[in-house]
Ligand binder design. Structure first.
Ligand code: ADP
Ligand code: MG
Length: 865
């Protein structure tokens, strides 16, 4: 078999090291891909697949993207979860002998993108690593490469807890050990849908060793090292902006499992997966991108410590009360650029002069922001002010060096100010003087030749020239000028002295451009030393921004400052922060709630669409808002600090998975029951809907009883099983409430008001009517309902006996068989009705009821015989 060409050999050698990535192989002005990479890339990127001779008999599949527009293609691939290895020519092709040397200079992966075009301003982009240890514990590390922050947490509650923890963070990629059990790897991919990468080296010898200095636990060091090693492997360049990892003690924060975070739509909605309609959407009145990212982090980890919570609330109160000052502050903050990501780009060496001007402008705002904050009476706000340190020297350097309106490119000059560097000034003088000399020469020549239209111009090919129109040529003296170029209407000439000056000017310009570039990189290096200070500033500014945002949203939406108490939760006229925003002003009906040790479970009944789910979620959202330090939507709130919040939304409302089975429902209920404490909040919304009536009801009841007897968590439990309302008699801490609905001229009117006691009926048919089901169908349903209700009243006993479904069926079958010979009109009708039943269109309870009715009808006939 023929051999591959040397270049293809080179390609294959490099590709062998990057099997799980698309290898972008630089060939002149293109990045080319070959073999399977080419086939897959042409599909994913919708570009043409071609072929190339590679030495073998068969041509090699190939596709490519132009170098200058590669960023967009890379972005597309990375957003789809792929990795891209950028392979450049690392020697000058003109001087290279044989095949040009090539190397991978960066591996771009979903978790390690740095290019601002690929990042979303208001979201962090995390890469995580997961390490497992023999005793069953895990360590998770998060790192946002664009901002340099890392967090590290130990998880001792098993792999389930790991999934819940990871789910709560915006992770794009996770780095694991290649011997993490496959079943666990699969769970990571299935449940979190992120890119999985491997790194087995867990000792860290790189130049950033001191990043691990604050970690004294071997496991934390290993886990962090795993991540750092992977990052170094992919980035292959400076990572000076990386900060030490912040250790997160998970039990210092309110724990929200993944179901709750999703169900409560804290940062994105279930259906559209967008920010719009989430709690974050309502609360995000930050004016900087850094603040917005910080707010999201707060929302993902509400606090437990009352002192910390009150500190935030106090600052919010300060901002709340001072509208004018807050408004001024917001204006100032608006002009603060994304210092956090800028610091990252400085470390990476990809800032340009414009970025530095933005940096300078942002920093110049610091004194006035500080001044403003110091005017407040609130200690918490003044404390923030004292954290803002103005980096005067840095600003002075930038002020002295970079011109105000520099070009994007840092390789074409016009970046550095006059007076900053002596040598640069000399070059610039030379070039300016030369140009002045040329301008003077033009005047002189005009006068001497008496040609008014004579002019001196410049182009890249001929340099400086003297141009004279053809009509005036006769006025030129002989022999003085050398002809260089002929145009239709004019001739262009040069003179030796003109060429001499030209040489000087061009040389000066070339040198000054080069010098400017060097000066710029020096300044950039100098700023690198300031990265930690910039990051600290960024952090403080983000804090201030979130707190002012809380004040702003609280004022706009009329939220009240909550107080925290030990025992009795009491909210007056609470509202759902998101739903009230999407409804017309004033149409949302507020409701009270109290919960304490004597009344810890509320059993909520009421028709569909009356507001049960809303009422339940409203409580969880208010609790979370309070614990992140924001005011809350109500008239008055005394809250207790919850340690965990659990939510389970019954199958009927389970929009998320659609395929959600009863099993999932039970798993989630189990998750709540096995982790909740008496300080937790549990929301069980219509649990037990996913199975047959009696199973569901029995389980629902047993779950409530279990929570009541053993867990004592504060619990809201909505149900459509009216039978459960009887529990109030047996369980002393359970109270019935219902959402009021009224019948008005045969139609149901929802009042959305929570009242004590159980609902009187379920109004299902009324709701069906609202949904515009055909009138005759509605009438038929009403008749069936009446029949069922009268049957229920006469022999509810019988249902219990017949609830054994097997005997129920066999009995019915027996009855039909017995009577096959003497099918009366009556029996025929029953058989017809049986045939018409569309079992797949019915809920279990409907099917049960229908069967019960038919059987009853059949039996009546028999007993008459
Ligand atoms: P349920 O869970 O009882 O079926 P939901 O809580 O899903 O009902 O509420 C259904 C709809 O009723 C909501 O989407 C909202 O439009 C409206 N609603 C619920 N609660 C209120 C309220 N307190 N005030 C005004 N409208 C409400
Ligand atoms: Mg509901």
């Amino acid at each position: 078999m023929a051999k591959y060409t040397p270049m293809m050999e080179q390609y294959l050698t490099i590709k062998a090291d990057y099997k799980d990535a698309f290898l972008f192989f630089r060939l002149g002005d293109f990045y080319e891909m070959f073999f399977d990479d080419a086939i897959n890339a042409s599909r994913e990127l919708e570009i043409t697949l071609t072929k190339r001779e590679g030495g073998q008999d068969d041509p090699i599949p190939m596709c490519g993207v132009p170098y200058h527009s590669a960023a967009n293609y890379i972005k597309t691939l990375v957003e789809k979860g792929y990795k891209v290895a950028i392979c450049e020519q690392v020697e000058n092709p003109k001087t290279a002998k044989g095949v040009v040397k090539r190397e991978v200079v960066q591996l771009i992966t979903p978790g390690t993108v740095m290019e601002s075009a690929m990042l979303s301003e208001r979201n962090n982009n995390y890469i995580a690593s997961l390490s497992h240890f023999k005793d069953g514990s895990f360590v998770v590390v998060y790192c946002d490469l664009s901002t340099g922050e890392s967090r590290i947490a130990q998880i001792t509650l098993g792999f389930d807890a790991v999934i819940h923890e990871l789910y709560n963070q915006p992770i794009k990629e996770i780095v694991v050990s290649s011997n993490l059990p496959e079943s666990l790897q699969k769970q990571l991919m299935d449940k979190l849908q992120i890119t999985l990468s491997y790194q087995d080296e867990v000792t860290f010898n790189g130049e950033y060793r001191d990043l691990c200095e604050n970690l004294n636990d071997e496991r934390l060091i290993k886990s962090f090292s795993r991540l750092l090693n992977y990052v170094q492997y992919t980035q292959k360049r400076s990572l000076d902006h990386l900060k030490q990892a912040e250790i997160i003690e998970l039990d210092h924060y309110l724990s929200l499992d993944m179901y709750s975070k999703r169900n409560l739509e804290l940062t994105e909605t279930i259906l559209r997966k967008g920010r719009h309609g989430s709690l974050l959407w309502v609360l995000d009145k930050t004016v900087t991108a850094m603040g917005s990212r910080m707010l999201k982090k707060w929302l993902e980890r509400p606090l437990l410590d009352q002192v910390q919570i009150n500190n935030r609330l106090e600052a919010v109160e300060g901002f709340y009360q001072a509208f004018l000052e807050r408004d001024t502050l917001r204006e100032s903050l608006k002009s603060v650029y994304d210092l956090e990501r800028l610091a990252g780009r400085i470390a990476f060496g990809n800032v340009n002069a414009r970025d530095l001007i933005q940096l300078k402008k942002s920093l110049k705002r610091i004194p006035e922001i500080k001044e403003l904050l110091l005017q407040f009476d609130h200690k918490q706000i003044r404390d923030l002010a004292s954290l803002l340190v103005y980096p005067e020297e840095l600003v002075d350097t930038l002020e002295a060096s970079i011109i105000e309106d520099p070009p994007i490119s840092i390789k074409e000059g016009s970046i550095i100010k006059d007076g900053f560097d002596k040598q640069l000034d000399v070059y610039r003088d030379a070039s300016r003087n030369g140009k002045k000399w040329i301008a003077e020469l033009e005047q002189k020549e005009k006068q001497e030749t008496n040609i008014k239209s004579l002019k001196i111009g410049y182009n890249r090919v001929f340099g400086y020239y003297i141009e004279v129109t053809k009509a005036n040529l006769h006025l030129l003296p002989e022999g003085k000028y050398e002809r260089k170029q002929t145009l239709t209407n004019a001739e262009r000439f040069i003179t030796p002295e003109l060429k001499e000056k030209e040489q000087l000017i061009l040389e000066a310009e070339e040198k000054s451009v080069e010098l400017e570039y060097n000066l710029f990189t020096e300044i950039r290096e100098q700023i690198k030393d300031q990265i930690p200070r910039l990051q600290y500033l960024a952090d403080t500014i983000s804090n201030i921004d979130v707190l002012q945002a809380f004040a702003t949203v609280s004022e706009a939406n009329n939220y009240k400052r909550p107080t925290f108490v030990e025992k009795k939760l009491e909210i007056k006229n609470g509202r759902h922060p998101v739903i009230e925003q999407v409804m017309d002003d004033g149409t949302f009906v507020p409701n009270d709630i109290t919960l304490d040790d004597d009344k810890s479970i509320l059993l909520i009944t009421g028709p569909n669409m009356s507001g049960k789910s809303t009422y339940m979620r409203q409580l969880a959202l208010i609790a979370i808002m309070g614990q992140i330090g924001c005011f809350v939507p109500c008239e008055e709130a005394e809250l207790i600090v919850f340690d965990q919040i659990f939510t389970r939304i019954g199958a009927a409302d389970d929009l998320v998975s659609g395929q959600s089975t009863f099993m999932v429902e039970m798993l989630e209920a189990n998750h709540a029951i096995s982790h909740a404490t008496e300080r937790s909040l549990i929301l069980l919304d219509e649990i037990g809907r996913g199975t047959s009536t009696y199973d569901g009801m029995a389980l629902a009841q047993a779950i409530v009883e279990h929570i009541h007897h053993h867990i004592h968590a504060k619990t809201l439990f909505s149900t459509h099983y009216h039978e459960l309302t009887a529990l109030e008699g047996d369980l002393p801490r359970l109270k019935n409430v219902h959402v009021r609905a009224e019948e008005y001229e045969g139609n149901v009117v929802f009042l959305h008001q929570i009242k004590e006691g159980a609902a009187d009926k379920s109004y299902g048919i009324h709701v069906a009517k609202l949904a515009n089901l055909p009138d005759n169908l509605i009438n038929r349903a009403s008749i069936i309902l009446k029949q069922l209700e009268s049957n229920d009243a006469t022999d509810s006993k019988q249902i219990e006996v017949e609830s054994d479904q097997l005997s129920f069926f066999s009995e019915s079958v027996a009855v039909t068989k017995e009577n096959t010979n003497s099918v009366s009109e009556h029996d025929e009708e029953i058989v017809q009705q049986l045939k018409q039943i569309d079992l797949f269109e019915m809920t279990p309870i409907e099917a049960m009821n229908e069967l019960h009715r038919l059987q009853k009808k059949a039996k009546q006939k028999l007993s008459l015989k």
